[in-house]
Ligand binder design. Sequence first.
Ligand code: SF4
Length: 376
Amino acid sequence: MTPQMPAWLDPSPWLDGRASTHADVERALRCDEPGPRELAALLSPAAHPFIEVMAQRARALTQRHFGRTISLYAPLYLANHCTSGCAYCGFASDRTQPRRRLKPPEAEKELAMLKEMGFEEVLLLTGERTSHAGFDYLLECVSLAAQRFHAVGIEAFPMTTREYGLLAEAGCSGVTVYQETYDPRQYDRLHRWGPKKDYLGRLEAPARAMEAGMRTVGLGVLLGLSDPGFDAVCLMRHAGHLQRIHWKSGITLSFPRLRPQEGNFTALFPVDEAWLARLVFAFRIVLPDVPLLLSTRERPEFRDGMAGLGISKMSAGSRTTVGGYGGAEPTTEGQFQVSDKRSVPEICAMLRNRGLEPVFKNWDSAFRDASVRGHD
Ligand code: SF4
């Protein structure tokens, strides 16, 4: 049965007819409190002639809210076991690639390597909850990471509020749960089997994480799966809904595009770089102080151009294989192919050449330690 979209998410009032005019775009650019209507106008065909204005506005707002800095983080794939059948993923259970889980001492070794590379923020990733990599395993890995890193985030399976609370106590400060697509029909088609088929269970996971005290939640859609204009307005509605209810936590937004992967799933709604750039500019204009992320899925030249132009945070030196940073040869093909394969020093040099300062450290651990002391 096709899942039902909740009323608070419904984007149709802002997309009906999609007939934004030049006047609507100009109004959106002047608006003091832009919302979904303004976002829809900035993403409409009428906004084409305004792309340079949007880029300049995005640059100015990024500088105002984030200075001339780009935060850097690294993903660490802990396991690629999965029981779900997401049509677009190289880790889906019908793919042939070898399955692996880092044992805790192996995870520690990878964490030590990332630390040596200069990282202070790490994102731990797994597939869906399995007996190989379930909650207790993730909790152990979070504890290990929190001993070394200032900020520890997870991108894993949706959890209960209690589980998110335990992870927060162990030092996890951020949870990323991409809805992939907000279109319930498309979601149902693409999530062929497994726990990830639960549209509402996933949609409500960020709210549970915030309720449990996570400092940030990361939202996003996988561009290419569905109508990007529809998904963009839903993404903004989702972010706004969470910000209203859980105002103590922060939101980050990412804009991953579908990449080649085992399974050869190709984009149903291809998004080119020009559209992706406009999407980033539009989100920077409507949500000026929300960190916007761009991963190594994108080409080096594109990432270079977007740094500071809406984007305030990037991954660097990423491996999408389990054990990808260690000395051993990677044993899998990864969740998807990385496009920007430059080293961390190369990314830092690029940023400095563009007048931007790479930042590795944030102060999440200070907040974390203060909140632990507060419970003494
Ligand atoms: S996207 Fe996540 S849940 Fe879906 S198959 Fe890949 S690892 Fe599993």
